[in-house]
Write a protein that binds this ligand. Structure first.
Ligand code: ZN
Length: 270
């Protein structure tokens, strides 16, 4: 069992807005993971990625990458699909350079396709990326909007076919999409076969869209308890999981430290 916790991006308290300073701050705070945010584009050079990887390794901070938000692998516009491939490939290259564990993507939208058609299209598109994922894995994130492809079941279907893919569990997104409900135990049952789980946590604002359905609005500090963190921590301890939890709340490292304290209060030693 191993728990890693860290912020989504450079901590707010980092003295410089650089990833290296971010990793150092994460380590000083007593955290042990950081997601590198390429959400607005892959702008880091290969050399900078290698440097970052060295610092992270020395400090035992595990790195992951969040690929750009613009990715849509099922766009009607072919050029957008090709641009998505490029962004994913570049994220993977930088990821390998910094020895990150995973590249996380929001894969795309249903458009006019139904769930199964969209899943089939995802399998076809993602399979074209296999060559870029020999030394790093591709994480498909559970999504928070009804228009976005990415329920756990859809993602698992892709992972079954493409072995370089794993699900990334964004608990807040699942909670929002289910209209303010989440069953942690059911989620972990579904992903039992994966040795390590990469995940995102925060509280979340959402709007209702029918019974048991909703759309995410914005991420919130975890003190909002939407969803609650402690039952999740208990489930993780009970199942002795190997997990990385990236805190995506606006309070980044502050909330990551609160999550760490919850685990410690349950007897886990970092
Ligand atoms: Zn995400």
């Amino acid at each position: 069992m191993k728990i890693r916790i860290g912020p989504a991006g450079i901590p707010l308290s980092a003295k410089e807005r650089t990833s290296i300073c971010g990793v150092k701050t994460v380590s000083e705070l007593g955290l042990n993971a950081m997601e590198v945010e390429f959400v607005r584009g892959v702008k880091m050079s290969e050399k900078a990625a290698i440097e970052l990887g060295k610092v992270a390794k020395e400090l035992d901070v595990s790195l992951s990458i969040h690929a750009p938000y613009f990715i849509n692998l099922t766009s009607k516009d072919k050029s957008k699909i090709l641009a998505s491939h490029r962004m994913i490939r570049e994220s993977a290259e930088r990821g390998v350079a910094m020895e990150a564990s995973i590249v996380v993507i929001h894969a795309g939208y249903y458009g006019l396709k139904n769930s199964q058609e969209c899943t089939n299209a995802m399998i076809e598109e993602i399979s074209k990326l296999e060559n870029s994922f020999k030394n790093i894995i591709l994480g498909l994130e559970t999504t928070g909007r009804l228009s976005q492809w990415g329920t756990i079941d859809e993602i698992l279907e892709v992972c079954k076919k493409l072995k370089f893919c794993v699900p990334v569990i964004d608990f807040a997104h699942i909670y929002a999409r289910n209209g303010g409900k989440i069953d942690y135990s059911e989620i972990f049952d579904k992903i039992k076969k994966f040795k390590h789980i990469h995940s995102h946590f925060s509280s979340i604002n959402w709007t209702a869209a029918g019974i048991g359905k909703g759309n995410e609005k914005n991420h919130l500090p975890i003190s909002h308890n939407k969803p609650e963190f402690e039952p999740l921590a208990k489930e993780i301890i009970k199942r002795k999981l190997d997990i990385t939890i990236i805190n995506e709340s606006p309070l980044l490292e502050k909330d990551a430290l609160i999550m760490k304290r919850v685990f410690e209060s349950l007897g886990y030693k970092f």
